[in-house]
Design a protein around this ligand. Structure first.
Ligand code: UD1
Ligand code: UDP
Length: 347
């Protein structure tokens, strides 16, 4: 069996790594296509090295651009790969423009599509990821859901065929690396004692001066040093808008996966608008404050491990001063999602 997998952005390398291993173990011939959506070494290469993901067979090198322009270049590139290679199946991950382009190119050529991380919804059509998810799910033949909530979303939209609850592949990746996490990752960045970790990259938070200023103000209210591995989108906005970072914020380049999880595991709390990081924080026993108005991962809210705080300064202070989270978060599977995916796509 021949499968083309399309990846392009940081979280997709992390999601694809365990699936790629499981496909290989199942005897599948996988052709890994990197669209080139993320291209800095710190946003791409580092993950292939760290996660033992084979280097891409094909890199389309599309780079950055407007949604339409970037997606169009990916669509053309993936289409050519599919025409040349005629795989039995195409696999896409998550909700980026690379996901949309891959699913659309395959569907138009009548090549079956498997969508890993199907069924997530924020309920906000003004979020680019929501458009990408909805289209990918409605084009997919196999919908591989991480959570029961995701399954429910698909049922509500009338998608009933090819839907499977497999668990979250990000748990597979996390469990592979958990024993290697280090307590001194912050010290290596020049931060000693207790600290917080933050990430920011959602268009809604960083694409306008007012929102980005408000997000930085939130970080300034955190009672301690905040390590901020800076996403290139946010770096661009900070410089374009002429903003500066609060004194307690320690800005670094984006860090590798092992460093990121090490930082998160030993932080007092994580403040983020990332999807993946919300889950990683709570699964590593670190409180999360989500700098958005909703979450695609309501399971993380259990026991107040995660709180949706938006950019509300007072709420952030209240949560950080409040009681510690209790109980355990569950519902993301058992760390064997990738094997289930390999079983389903090969049967
Ligand atoms: C993309 C995804 C988002 C995902 C995120 C993960 C879409 C619509 N968005 O957002 O869902 O959560 O990746 O990180 O697909 N840039 C660089 N170097 C790089 C990559 C990007 O400098 O290697 C800069 C460019 O100025 C670019 C900007 O970052 O214009 C945004 O990159 P892009 O891939 O368009 O969107 P992300 O914000 O990364
Ligand atoms: N991540 C990382 N280094 C960083 C920031 C994030 O390795 O500097 C990892 C993080 O641990 C998670 C994934 O990247 O596994 C999340 O990606 P991102 O926040 O870019 O995208 P999202 O999950 O929001 O789509």
């Amino acid at each position: 069996m021949k499968i083309v997998s399309v990846v392009g952005a940081r979280p997709q390398f992390i999601k694809a790594a365990p699936v790629s291993r499981a496909l290989q173990a199942a005897g599948v011939h996988e052709v890994l296509v990197h669209t080139g959506q993320h291209y800095d070494d710190t946003m791409s290469r580092v993950f292939f090295n760290e996660l033992d993901l084979p280097f891409p067979d094909i890199n389309l090198g599309v780079g950055s651009g407007s949604h339409g322009g970037q997606t169009a270049r990916m669509l053309e590139g993936v289409e050519q790969v599919l025409v040349d290679g005629r795989p039995d199946l195409l696999v896409v991950y998550g909700d980026t423009n690379s996901t949309l382009a891959g699913a659309l190119a395959a569907a138009k050529l009548h090549i079956p599509v498997a969508h890993v991380e199907a069924g997530l919804r924020s309920g906000r059509r003004d979020m680019p990821e929501e458009i990408n998810r909805i289209v990918a799910d409605h084009l997919a033949d196999l919908l591989l859901c991480p959570t029961a909530t995701a399954m429910d979303h698909l049922t509500r939209e009338g998608i009933n065929r090819g839907v499977h609850l497999v668990g979250d592949v990000m748990v597979d990746s996390l469990e592979t690396i958990r024993s290697r996490l280090r307590p001194d990752a912050a010290t290596h960045l020049g931060v000693s004692g207790s600290y917080f970790v933050a990430t920011l990259h959602r268009a809604e938070n960083v694409d306008t001066k007012e929102r980005l200023r408000a997000a930085l103000e939130v970080l300034s209210a955190v009672p301690g040093p905040v390590i901020l591995p800076l996403h290139p989108r946010t770096a661009g906005s900070v410089s374009r808008f002429g903003l500066s970072f609060p004194e307690n914020v320690h800005v670094t380049e984006p860090v590798g996966y092992l460093d990121m999880l090490s930082l998160v595991a030993h932080a007092d709390a994580v403040l983020t608008d990332s999807g993946g990081l919300q889950k990683e924080a709570v699964l590593l026993g670190t409180r999360c404050l989500t700098l958005r108005d909703e979450t695609e991962w309501p399971e993380t809210l259990e026991g107040a491990w995660n709180t949706v705080v938006g950019l509300d300064l007072r709420l952030v202070e209240e949560v950080l001063a409040g009681p510690a989270p209790t109980g355990e978060v569950s519902g993301f599977g058992d760390g064997h999602a990738a094997e289930r995916i390999a079983d389903i796509v090969t049967s």
